[in-house]
Design a binder for this molecule. Sequence first.
Ligand code: NAP
Ligand code: ZN
Ligand code: ZN
Length: 348
Amino acid sequence: MIKAKGYAAPSAKAPLGPFSFERRDAKEHDVVIDIKYCGICHSDIHMARDEWGGLSRFPMVPGHEIAGVVRSVGSNVTKYKVGDHVGVGCFVDSCRQCVNCKKKLDQYCLEGNTLTYSALERDGKSVTQGGYSNVIVVNEDYVLGIPKSLPLDKAAPLLCAGITLYSPLMHWKAGPGQKVAIMGLGGLGHMGVKIAVALGADVTVLSHSDKKREDAKKMGAHHFVSTHDPKVFQEHANSFDLIVNTVSAELNLNDYFGLLKTDGTLVSVGAPEKPYTVSPFPLLVQRRSYAGSAIGSIKETQEMLDFCAKYNVTPAIEVIAPEQINAAYERVLKSDVRYRFVVDMAKL
Ligand code: NAP
Ligand code: ZN
Ligand code: ZN
C-alpha cells in the first residue's frame, strides 16, 4: 500500500482536518500521481456536509479538481509516463460496457460511474478518497493529460468547473450569433463566461448582486445583469438562446424561463440541496426547454483541456494552504470567492 496524507471531513458536522490513509499499490493499468494542486468545488461542500441525500461516506477526503505529476506507472500503462502533467476529475472508473460507456459518454454510465471520492470502487468494497491529498492512484483510462503550457494550479479547476460548463456549451452549440447567459459568477460560472466568449457567443452574466460587474467585464462578458432588481426579468424577457444555471442555492427558476427566446433552453448544472418548483406555463408558452447536464466524458474533458490550452482560457484562482480549507468553505458559501480556491498540496 502507498502511504497518503490528506485533509478529511470526519463527519458532516465537523470541520476538515489532517488525515493519514493508504492508497492501493499500482495495478498494471494504474498511474500513481503526486498531487500538486486541488481545486475546491462547491460540490465538495455539499458532500462534506452530507447535503445530497446520503451520498456521503466518512471520513471523507474531498476534491475532484486534481492536477499533478506522474510518480510511477503500472507495468501495462501505455498512455502516460513518469513526469507527465496529468489531471483527475469527478470520476475514476465506470462500467465500460453499457451503451453510454461504449459511446464515450462515460459521465452518464448507466451503472453509475465511480466518483473520485466518497464512492465504492467497482469491487464494491473499497471507498474512494479524493484530491485534498498528496498522492492518488487511478486507472490510466480515467487520467487526463494536462498540456504543459497550462500551469498546474490553474489547470486544476478545469477538471470539474471547466468541463461542467464546456460540455453543455458544446452540446447546445454556443457560438457566433447565439445569445448565452450564465447564471451565477462563481467557480463554474466564471469558466462558463470564459469558454462561451472563446466560442464566440454573445455572453451575459446574471448575478444576484452588482458586486461582480467589473470582474465579469474583465473576463470578457459582453453584458452584466444584476437579478437583485426584479424589473430585469421584464426588461430582458425573450432574450437568450441558452441559459446555463450554475447557482448553488435555491431560487425561483420560473422567473428565468421568461428570459429565454422561443425554443430556448435553460440548463441546470448547479445542484442546490432543496428541489426547485418548476411551473409548466413559462415553458409551454414559448416551447422553451428545461434541461440538466453533469460534468463531461473523459474524451470531452481531454478536448476541453486542449481547447483551454489553445485559447489560453484559465480560471481566476486564489491558492491556499490546507489549513485554510475550512475558512475557504465559509467564503464560498458567502459567494466571496474570486473565483476558485486551489489548495497547494506541497503545504500538507
Ligand atoms: P460557487 O463558486 O459557490 O458559485 C455559485 C454561485 O451561485 C455564486 O458565486 C453566486 O454567484 C451564486 N449564488 C450563490 N448563492 C446565491 C443565492 N442565494 N442566490 C442567487 N445566487 C447565488 O459554486 P460552484 O463550485 O461554481 O458550483 C455551483 C453549483 O454547481 C454547486 O451546487 C455545485 O454542487 C454544482 N456542480 C454541479 C456539477 C455538475 O456536473 N452538474 C459539477 C460541479 C458543481 P453570483 O454572486 O454571481 O450570483
Ligand atoms: Zn465539482
Ligand atoms: Zn457504463
